[in-house]
Design a protein around this ligand. Structure first.
Ligand code: GLC
Length: 530
């Protein structure tokens, strides 16, 4: 049997330190505050925390613009605070991974400052320069709403520099092996401290080559294999997760091969928008098609599945027609749209309908993969579309109904707490077994109690004539190789009642009910049957 790695069966939690809990009263969350909330995270039943960028940064891209790879943003605390956080998480059996932003730095990074000021500085070649800003014209612009070009002229340098994201985020030059060593040293710094791995940011764009779209290049894969060799030889077992927003066929190479591995885990970007598409259309085809199109991954690797994260709900991995439809359905106000996506949180996207929230969770927590929950979605937090960029989905965590939702004592927080906090908060949901919080806990617990859901195979179950061959009903089995039955996952994606014929009596793990024969499926019903 293939070796079973911890990440294969883990549930993850995405933690935004700035938003979580402010202990020192400056209006920004910090590691000391987060330590106090680790019991909340643990109570969800998750196994590993992904900490969004925690580095010194001007925060023009919320920390994805790193100004120092080996320190902590002063608003978030000190290195000692981080170490205390790590120890407190480990003491609770929680693993911790951090964000490794490899493609670019902030323009405030000392490397870029040195590079722009002196053509002969050894740092000049850490970045990608041009006299004309005309090269690599086939590379798309990612931040479409703000950037006009991937080149920006720098007065100080007297040249253009290359950037795939904001013009305050110059791309590093991976043709320079010194850059590899700098990144490896940064990784060593955190791994030596005891973290369990990295979510590696924006990896398709590391290299540029004329005549290509500058994504997923062979040189990029060679570098990633080199990175993995370093990890395997110096930190065996450390986890690397790939953020590559790509189609399944381009995603698969990021796992590498058994001889030349790259990442153990890759986010499955294309499945995500199709879950929303399916629920809105009351129609399973988008989910079935994308999973059928997803190639077999190498043994020992895993997909990471998610419903929302700190970015806009990206629609890059759907057709232009579906994108237009998704915008019409899910982002009726222009303000809700950003770049190629939708800047809204999970519950408002679902019209605050608890049935849909439950259905989507039961779906993504039963699909193959390691699921990740975005902070705040466990209580159905709302968004604030009037905040700039993606900040509307990054407002302070709502703990209780006291000042600033219990997030901070400060008079002003980094961004305002959501107006609904007096009703929507952790404390208010603790006692109610049907609250989002307790449903999240119950769903995660139910998933983790079933080895078939944690690591089983998946097979579609025919929804036959008895259900009218209905495409509103999605059914699949998750099972271990030695099991004939496993867990039957059954979903009604539509707002109309449906039926499904069960050949034997089963128990629903999610409600405890017994079900048999021709069963009725309520609108948006979700069942995990054993
Ligand atoms: C990733 C991050 C996003 C960031 C971008 C540039 O896509 O998820 O938040 O803006 O990389 O670093």
């Amino acid at each position: 049997m293939a070796q079973n790695y911890w990440y294969n069966e883990s549930v993850f939690y995405e933690l935004y330190i700035r938003a979580y809990c402010d202990r020192d009263g400056d209006g920004h969350g910090d590691f000391r505050g987060a330590i106090e909330k680790l019991d909340h995270i643990k109570s969800l039943g998750v196994d590993c925390i992904w900490v969004m960028p925690h580095y010194p940064s001007p925060l023009l891209d919320d920390g994805y613009d790193v100004a120092d790879y080996v320190n902590i943003h002063p608003d978030y605390g000190t290195l000692d605070d981080f170490k205390a956080f790590l120890a407190a998480a480990h003491a609770r059996g929680l693993k911790v991974i951090t964000d490794m932003v490899m493609n670019h730095t902030s323009d405030r990074h000392p490397w870029f400052q040195a590079a722009r000021q002196d053509k002969n500085s050894p740092y000049r070649d850490y970045y990608v320069w041009s006299d004309t800003g005309t090269e690599y014209a086939d590379a798309r612009i990612i931040f479409l709403d703000t950037e006009l070009s991937n080149w920006t002229y720098d007065e100080v340098a007297g040249q253009y520099f290359w950037h795939r994201f904001y013009s305050s985020q110059p791309d590093l030059n991976y043709d320079n092996p010194k850059v590899h060593e700098e990144m490896f040293d940064a990784m060593r710094f955190w791994l030596d401290m005891g973290i369990d791995g990295f979510r590696v940011d924006a990896i398709p764009y590391l290299y540029e080559r004329e005549g290509t779209n500058c994504e997923n290049l062979p040189e990029t894969h060679q570098f990633l294999q080199k990175m993995r060799r370093m990890i395997d030889s110096e930190y065996p077992g450390a986890l690397l997760i790939a953020e590559a927003n790509q189609w399944p066929r381009d995603l698969l190479p990021y796992f590498g091969t058994p001889e030349a591995p790259e990442f153990q885990v890759c986010f499955h970007f294309p499945i995500m928008p199709r879950l929303y598409q399916a629920v809105k259309a009351g129609e399973k085809t988008p989910i079935v098609d994308i999973l059928n199109d997803t190639p077999q991954k190498p043994a020992g690797t895993q997909w990471m599945t998610f419903l929302r994260n700190h970015d806009e709900l990206t629609l890059e991995m759907v057709t232009p027609e579906v994108r237009q439809w998704m915008w019409e359905q899910y982002a009726p106000e222009p303000r809700m749209r950003l770049n190629m996506g939708i800047r809204r949180r999970l519950l408002p996207l679902l019209d605050s309908d608890k049935r849909k929230w439950f259905l989507l969770h039961a779906l993504f927590l039963s699909l193959p993969g390691a699921p990740i929950i975005y902070y705040g979605d466990e209580i159905g937090m709302g968004d604030n579309i009037w905040l700039p960029d993606r900040h509307g989905c990054r407002t302070p965590m709502q703990w209780d109904d006291s000042k600033n939702a219990g997030f901070s004592d400060a008079d002003k927080t980094y961004f305002p707490v959501h107006a609904e906090y007096a009703q929507v908060n952790v404390a208010a949901q603790e006692a109610d077994p049907q609250s989002y919080l307790n449903l999240t806990r119950a769903l995660v617990r139910a998933r983790q109690s079933q080895p078939a859901l944690r690591r089983g195979e998946m097979a579609w179950v025919e929804v036959g004539q008895e259900s009218g061959g209905n495409t509103a009903v999605l059914a699949y089995r998750r099972f271990l190789p030695d099991e004939s039955e496993g867990v039957l996952c059954l979903f009604n994606l539509s707002d109309r009642p449906q039926t499904f014929a069960l050949h034997r009596e089963r128990v629903d793990l999610l409600s405890g009910e017994k079900m048999a024969g021709e069963v009725g499926l309520r609108p948006f019903a979700a069942h995990w049957l054993v």
